[in-house]
Design a protein around this ligand. Structure first.
Ligand SMILES: [Ca+2]
Length: 533
């Protein structure tokens, strides 16, 4: 199977047994039976210009990028989150109108735009003057280091199933566009997203140095209309890319995730974006092992290391974003990943599930989670409000998972749990949750280890809580909490403990009887450098 084109690898949350947990379900055993999501069947044919089968195994992603910062110590955030200056428009640029594109009329501009892009030499700029242009299929950019630059342009996609501004060469950048689209129901692939960083005909080639900045992926018509949403799948879809920057974009009402980072992406920054009212996670780092959830653990174990090399996301910085009001999914998530910093974000009105969610999930067979720093975020109104906007599938009425404001767990199939090293590999560990404000939750403020010592089933296979630990919860300020401030469900052991210090609930110290003291090992979080310049 490996090496053949697998829709699982390019999907935002599609599965044969779809969606009770990843991509919005919330995976707690007590929530399992309540939601049935819908998604295209896994065998649905891709569009005619979809990527052909990849015929090479995934390469190692080449990331290094991990420096060690002990718990609670990290480089100054300013050096990490400082944006580079915008590029200066060169005196000589190409103009899309010179290739026949016409703004503000009903004529389709796909051919003209594609002709203009194909005419670019590496490094050239293509300027889109003010006005609204139409395209009826994805626009593909295969020349490295070109810049797509809007000067007040709107791109409107008229095809729900093939609509991406598709960056498929190194260094391709897109700045300042307004992007609207026709949508039908929720889709899953990069070419059904609105901006895709994706290798296209060679999806396993690691793309480098792409920039998506200052764009607005927005809805353009009333609820219930074909213009009510902004993208059929994710608003911005980053697939197997490194050294990428997704900054200062707005995504509103995408049918799947707002910003979706997957497939062994590394050393990337997601900074200062605004994401609202999406149909799934607002910002997601998701690492699929890339096998169906029915795959027996023995097969997962046999292929684990090679798949990890190609599919595990590493070294992602998610900072200074504002996310609010999704009707399905979570606020900011790491569902499989190593080395992720989630800092200084504003997360609010997560009507369906957690504000911050760190989990290994069985439904999509993801990797574990390790080395995550969740710091200085403001997390407000976790399932305490109803969504202001809902559309289409999967959510025609909204549901609540009763996740914590911050939710941390590992779930394993029982046969995975029985293989000791695989159980450890799929753990959620080395996590620091520090100095966050968590204000307003329907259930716990922070919940760790849901599913521990419990057994339930998914897809007919027994599932159990996996290993969760080496977690530090320090200095968090909790208020308006529905149930417990901190809830620890796994018993502390040497390697799987939760340290709780200096947390408050309504101004008074709060902890939990399963919090362990410093007699156990502390987490040693290894977070991406990304801050050198
Ligand atoms: Ca036109």
């Amino acid at each position: 199977m490996r090496g053949s084109f697998n829709p699982m690898l390019v999907s935002v949350c599609v599965s044969a047994v779809v969606g009770l947990t990843n991509c919005g379900g919330g995976a707690s055993p007590d929530a399992l039976p309540t939601i049935v999501a819908e998604a295209p069947p896994p065998g649905a044919p891709p569009p005619s210009n979809a990527p052909p089968p990849a015929n090479t195994p995934p390469p190692p992603d080449g990331s290094d990028g991990a420096g060690n910062a002990p718990a609670g110590v990290a480089p100054p955030p300013s050096s990490c989150t400082l944006l580079p200056p915008l590029p200066v428009r060169p005196s000589r640029v190409r103009n899309v109108k010179d290739f026949g594109a016409t703004a503000d009329d009903l004529t389709d501009d796909t051919a003209a735009i594609q002709r203009a892009i194909n005419a670019l030499s590496p490094g050239e700029w293509l300027v889109f003057p003010k006005g609204r242009y139409l395209h009826n299929t994805s626009i593909r950019v295969k020349t490295p280091n070109v810049v797509l630059w809007s000067e007040g342009a709107t791109l409107h996609a008229t095809n729900a199933s093939n609509q991406a501004m598709w960056l498929e060469a190194d260094g391709v950048s897109i700045y300042n566009f307004t992007l609207t689209a026709v949508t039908e129901n929720r889709r899953t692939t990069p070419w059904e997203s609105r901006i895709a960083v994706f290798g296209g005909s060679n999806p396993r080639r690691l793309l480098k140095n792409n920039v998506v900045r200052g764009n607005r992926v927005i809805w353009s018509g009333p609820a219930g209309s074909a213009l009510a949403n902004s993208a059929s799948s994710a608003g911005i879809f980053v697939y197997h890319a490194t050294n990428f920057l997704v900054a200062e974009n707005q995504v509103s009402r995408s049918l799947a995730d707002g910003i979706h980072v997957t497939a062994g992406s590394s050393n990337g920054k997601v900074l200062k974006n605004t994401v609202t009212e999406t149909g799934d996670d607002m910002i997601a780092v998701v690492s699929y092992i890339g096998m169906d959830a029915s795959t027996p653990a023995s097969k997962v174990a046999a292929e684990y290391e090679s798949r990890k090399a190609g599919n595990l996301n590493r070294g992602i910085l998610i900072a200074h974003n504002t996310v609010s009001g999704q009707y399905w999914g979570r606020g900011i998530t790491v569902v499989g990943g190593d080395g992720v910093r989630i800092e200084n974000n504003s997360i609010s009105k997560t009507t369906h599930a957690a504000g911050v969610y760190l989990a290994r999930e069985v439904s999509y067979l993801t990797f574990g989670v390790r080395n995550v720093l969740v710091r200085n975020n403001t997390i407000r109104d976790v399932q305490t409000t109803a969504p202001d906007y809902i559309t289409g599938k999967p959510a025609t009425s909204f549901t609540r998972t009763r996740h914590g404001g911050v939710e941390i767990y590992s779930h394993l199939f029982a046969d995975e749990a029985a293989i000791g090293w695989l159980r450890d590999a799929l753990a959620v560990e080395n996590i620091v949750v520090e100095n966050n404000i968590i204000d307003g939750t329907i259930a716990d403020g922070v919940r760790v280890g849901n599913g521990y010592e419990r057994t339930w089933s998914y897809g007919g296979r027994p599932v159990t809580g996996g290993s969760v630990g080496l977690i530090s919860l320090t200095g968090n300020k909790l208020s308006r909490i529905g149930t417990q401030g901190i809830s620890i469900l796994n018993r502390p052991t040497l390697n799987y403990n939760v340290l709780c210090e200096s947390n408050t609930k309504d101004g008074s110290a709060t902890a939990h009887n399963m919090c362990s003291g410093p007699k156990f090992k502390l987490p040693a979080v290894s977070v991406p450098v990304l801050c050198a310049s």
